[in-house]
Design a protein around this ligand. Structure first.
Ligand code: GUN
Length: 284
């Protein structure tokens, strides 16, 4: 019998804890924790993400500083804003919503975010720290997956974890977090020779491919934990993950649904990282 890891429920409980910490911070420091959010252009998905991030800030008592810049913004203008926020004492975290327009050097912009304010964990410095097993701010989606695994006391140490996907935002940091938690980790991608064989070896299988129902039941070991990071539309336009949930679920010990699984955890972990960044900056 499988058990669902309910990301919505877990997210609500973690947000409750963050709200209490944000309040404690305010009492101690006489100011709210601050998060700056920068959105460039009018991409629909990015607008929704940013709106939800700002809403989450309000919910947990974090002060948001929102900046909406036109698609045509110049590189130096965006750089100047990030530098200003880097020096702003009221700002504990800086988030630049991706993707940025093609004429912007995104790497250079992310590189201007001080490592201690990089609440997305996307900078080379934070990724480097994560790769070396040092204390850092880890990317929100993979960090959310780790929180989900821990919430159910799912063993990680010594277990075989397979991550399908090697993006900088999910696959790579996910693999590093699992490695840092003492799993034996394999990262699969589009050039992997025998994907099914690799997946079948997984005690913990994380799907972050971006293809609807890509992970099928024949790829999943009996009693595996299956984590679905995907967010796709199926042939009927219905929201679905990278995992063929209906056919895979009965083989699992634990599985995350889409929607209501990993998705809600991402913004919650952004609030968490912002909270951690604030406490570290104020040395509390
Ligand atoms: N674009 C898609 N996901 C993310 C995210 O988690 N953070 C940022 N900054 N941009 C994104």
């Amino acid at each position: 019998m499988y058990e669902i890891i309910d990301g919505k429920q877990l997210s609500a409980s973690v947000r409750g804890e963050i709200a209490a910490e944000a309040n404690r911070f305010k009492q101690k420091c006489g100011r709210q924790i601050g998060l700056a959010v920068i959105l460039v252009g009018e991409d629909n998905a990015s607008q929704i993400y940013v709106r939800n991030k700002i809403k989450a800030c309000e919910e947990v008592g974090i002060k948001s500083f929102a900046y909406y810049l036109p698609q045509s913004v110049a590189q130096n203008e965006l750089e100047d804003l990030v530098k200003e926020l880097a020096d702003n004492g009221e700002v504990d975290g800086i988030l630049v919503q991706l993707p940025l327009p093609a004429h912007i050097d995104a790497g250079k912009i992310l590189g201007l975010i001080p490592v201690e304010k990089d609440v997305d964990g996307f900078s080379e410095q934070n990724m480097g720290k994560l790769a070396m097993g040092e204390e850092c701010l880890a990317a929100c989606t993979p960090n959310g997956v780790m929180t989900m695994l821990k919430s159910k006391n799912i063993p990680i140490k010594g277990k075989k974890a397979v991550v399908v996907g090697r993006s900088n935002i999910v696959g790579r940091p996910m693999a590093l977090l699992l490695l840092n938690a003492d799993a034996t980790v394999t990262v699969c991608h589009s050039k992997t020779a025998d994907l099914k064989k690799e997946c079948l070896s997984a005690d913990i299988l994380v799907a972050a491919v971006g293809k609807a129902k890509f992970i099928t039941a024949d790829m999943v070991k009996v009693d595996a934990t299956v984590i679905d990071v995907g967010m796709n539309r199926d042939e009927n336009g219905k929201l679905c993950g990278d995992v063929d949930f209906e056919n895979v679920k009965d083989k699992c010990s634990y599985i995350t649904p889409v929607p209501g699984g990993v998705g809600p955890m991402t913004i919650t972990m952004l609030m968490y990282n912002t909270c951690i960044a604030a406490f570290r900056r104020e040395k509390i």
